[in-house]
Design a protein around this ligand. Sequence first.
Ligand code: NDP
Ligand code: OXD
Length: 311
Amino acid sequence: MKPKVLFLLPPGWNALGRETFHSPHYEALFADRDSLDPASIDYFVGFRPPPGFLKTLSKLKLVISLGAGVDGFLSDPEFPKEIPLVRFTDPQLGIEMAQYVTMHALIIHRHQRYFDQAQKEGVWRQLMLPRATDKTRIGILGLGEIGGRIATALAQYGFALSGWSRTRKEIAGVKSFAGDGELGAFLGQCDILACVLPQTPGTAGMLNAGFFAQMAKGAWVINVARGGLLVEEDLITALDRDHLAGAVLDVFRTEPLPEGNPLWAHPKVTVTPHIAGITDPRAALAHVENSVLAFEAGKALDDIVDVSRGY
Ligand code: NDP
Ligand code: OXD
């Protein structure tokens, strides 16, 4: 008998037909379309299941995340920690994230907002642009799978690069800072900070007033990690006091970003709707098939999450 795989797709994927996840290797069931016997499910696939849902699947063998970040699972106080959790990794996802950060870093570095404003005013207004090597120091918070790709992408423009992670890294052209003891030194030397840390108990809320105070005056923040890392009120204060020059935010404490949230209209904030890197459904299918086949064959899986660490 084929193993049963239950899909609970994120809202943005609702238009995808069943055939998207069809495989000869398992029977695919959909939480919002099929009637289910929770005790018959072998594998679960999703992104942010409702808290308490997974513990109802009594026969579950493996949880398969459609995202690289797994905070949507581990924030469930009833997440069944004895069941392995495998996350999604894909070079293409890292490339998209690197594109996003590079695009915004270049917009900031090349003062593109200044020229957009000049065009609005119909004024030919030139400005001497800084050289990447002279002026703009970019720091990457989190030098894992995606942070490493962001560093590689930015390196080709000659920026002075640094990164911060739990353990020290050796990446050509990137100054490595490691651990809480080196965070302050790292922050003080960034003109643009790109955050790509996972959300864990150790990182939640860390982009707060104390953190911004350690950043250089006039610096920018790009957050493509998770909204839960950022204390939105503290960011707004740092922007309004002109300590920070601006922020580019792709992720938010509450998603979709609620109507009326001050970030929507803040003149120093760019908002995008969690699109920096989007899991490709074809890559997701391959991830699900490979995970199920490996697990059924008793093979070790790549990208198993260390649940005690939170990523
Ligand atoms: P990885 O697990 O590969 O890398 C995580 C990095 O963060 C590692 O370098 C790790 O350090 C570091 N880190 C974790 N905790 C700490 C800590 N307490 N102190 C210092 N460093 C820490 O993750 P990915 O690069 O694949 O993904 C990162 C995040 O990006 C995801 O968790 C997700 O939230 C987000 N994401 C957002 C997307 C979007 O569209 N906006 C798309 C995809 C991902 P070390 O290496 O030393 O362990
Ligand atoms: C992810 C995401 O974690 O899309 O992959 O946010």
